[in-house]
Design a protein around this ligand. Sequence first.
Ligand code: NAP
Length: 325
Amino acid sequence: MINVAIVGATGVVGKMFLKVLEEKKLNIDSYVLLASSKSKGKKVKFMDKEYIVEELTEHSFDNNRFQYALFSAGASVAEKYAKIAAQNGCIVIDNSSCFRMDKSVPLVVPQVNMEDAYDNFNIISNPNCSTIQAVIPLKVLDDKYKIKRVIYSTYQAVSGAGKKGIDDLLNNTTEKFQYPIVNNCIPQIDVFLDNGYSKEEMKMIEETRKILKKPRLPVTATCVRVPVLNCHSESISVELEYDFKIDDIKSLLNNSKGIIVLDDIKREIYPINTFVTGTDEVYIGRIRRDFSVENGINFWCVADNIRKGAASNAVEILENILKKT
Ligand SMILES: NC(=O)c1ccc[n+]([C@@H]2O[C@H](COP(=O)([O-])OP(=O)(O)OC[C@H]3O[C@@H](n4cnc5c(N)ncnc54)[C@H](OP(=O)(O)O)[C@@H]3O)[C@@H](O)[C@H]2O)c1
């Protein structure tokens, strides 16, 4: 029997877990939906059945009740309950930042480093949404041309900040963001650190190095919240070790798993949020040489932050583990 817990099932990512699981139809016998006390008893339609949401407690994982758990309930919930789940024989795939930089926890994007998850770990971390979509093309470029430096500038959707972030855009409130998100680009995602960077920027820098196994890779980032409902857009500049032909880069990316190149400037074609939303691929466009450095390229990268940036990535990890066992 394979029993799976969905922790944070009522949140933005949690609901997407349910949608992606419905689409994928994995070989799983039962699911239990867990959330805070606020949602206890709530009815949720899933897989043509009505599920009653349970409150997450210290006893939710008793008696080795689950073999796997998908967590998307924030870092403080993960800190406490993922460990309890793991102690009760459950493999946890966690969406929060809690364990991402823990050396003993693999940080996994299936298209990039799935092999890191196969070594009997009981907690596996899902990277930050903005990192996931970036490392997929970066890995492809690194394998052929060796990456020397990366500059990220992000344009991140409000859905990346959960239910409250979406409400701030739809209702013009400031429950989640520091300033009204309507009509503003806010150059702050998460709190600021002593080094002048935001936590989101440092997550992108450190997670990129960990996933690509390049601990000293020069990476810098500026992360900005923009008044867009869904899909993160990123301008990525990369310096490569080896020279390249721009058409070779375009076909290399286009022939890589999980990437779709939309790049035809004559016809004004490039990735756009409302087109990308609802998909699991990373869309790349505006691929061009960066004339300001040797062997540099610039490109535009868009992905659905709730799907590939969170739920689909975690479910793909689970799917691959299930295939192996
Ligand atoms: N949104 C994204 O693009 C994205 C991408 C990657 C990673 N993530 C990460 O995924 C996690 C969830 O994000 P989200 O956007 O889905 O947030 P959200 O919409 O605010 O949902 C949070 C979920 O966590 C549950 N929860 C909160 N406190 C809890 C507690 N004490 N015990 C049990 N459940 C609790 C909530 O339950 P109630 O409904 O009962 O309050 C809800 O189901 C965060 O760690 C976030 O950083 C989000």
